[in-house]
Design a protein around this ligand. Sequence first.
Ligand code: SAH
Ligand code: SF4
Length: 399
Amino acid sequence: MPKPSLYDMNLADLETLMRGWGQPAFRARQIYRQLYVNLAANPAAMTDLPLTLRDRLSAETSIGGLRLVRTQTSDDGLTRKALFALPDGVVVETVLMIYADRATACVSTQAGCAMGCVFCATGKLGLLRNLSPGEIVEQALWASRELRAWQGTGDRGQGTGDRGQGTDRAAGGPQDDGSRWVADAPAPVQQLGRISNLVFMGMGEPLANYDRWWESVQRLHDPQGLNMGARSMTVSTVGLAQGIRRLAGEGLPINLAISLHAPDDALRSALMPINDRFPIGDLLDAAREYIDTTGRRVSFEYVLLQGQNDQPHQALALAKLLRGHTADGANRGVPLLCHVNLIPWNPVPGAPLGRSEHARVRAFQQVLVDYGVACTVRVERGVEIAAACGQLAGANDER
Ligand code: SAH
Ligand code: SF4
């Protein structure tokens, strides 16, 4: 039996544990603070606790269950991918992306994924298992520690070609010369105290592991802990409409990104089997509900696949859909408060698909913008270490 992980306990759980051990309740708050503010990696580092309590914590609990197998870096060290083995042997990956003015952790919510999207490396694994709240939170803590360690090395990529500032670029915007979407002028990397953003865009479908995932969001949000604001967190979903509705009612309006990837049901179902259960109409209704309840703008992600979903007429169909037209062309007249994020497809071994060429991406974007739909192109990080969107498959040649 693995020891219980302290990361799988919320403050109330820790208080129960301390009570059971005959300790005063404030010890729980001390431990909580050590875990999430001081980022203590083991009980020995919790020097404000009595030695006997530290020893007992060491003997009877663990701090996390993720074993770091390997770290890979790219983009001059500004993109860092960790491969973790869990106690039962499954592996997950986490990515830290450091920008001039912020640092983003991309965390996994499941090992593998059941959704089977044809363009995604994680989907090829099938679902191995759901991650626990602690396993999700622990990835964010790894990213925080990794950031601290990287900043402490003195080799902080100052002016070494940060490709990330302003990751999402609006067409025609002041930073956009209209011909490229990567490689900006190098900017010095600031001393960042902590992870500024967290995206649930790693392995797995967050809303298919809703309860555990949401527990992790609350833990990350907790002002007594990591204290991440709702607006600093983004969940990406394949489009589980009932999960989106549930999220709308949570009272913590984190950013919502919906993977759309096609403007019509036939094509979307061919790319994403889940569309048979939640077709585009249902999905957009749920998105409207989210927008109406939270007042937040949603993002639609759209992976561009050469010759499949990247044609100008498909861009027009997408634009109409988001401006409130129904599939049969009727105009409901209520545009969605949204933004489209185009993602040139990142290669996945064995997938018979191609990445849309640059000119097609630009043309697609222009159609949307001309129709009044805000649209940016995602700048990818870590493609060469398979750390970019949809490339996480936990490949581990070194085991
Ligand atoms: N399961 C969630 C979140 C993880 S995937 C979801 O599907 O939204 C995060 C994003 O990467 C999604 O928009 C997904 O469609 C996209 N993606 C998957 N495979 C990709 C690939 N090979 N290239 C680019 N983006 C990809
Ligand atoms: Fe799962 Fe998202 Fe990959 Fe689809 S794109 S298989 S939902 S991780």
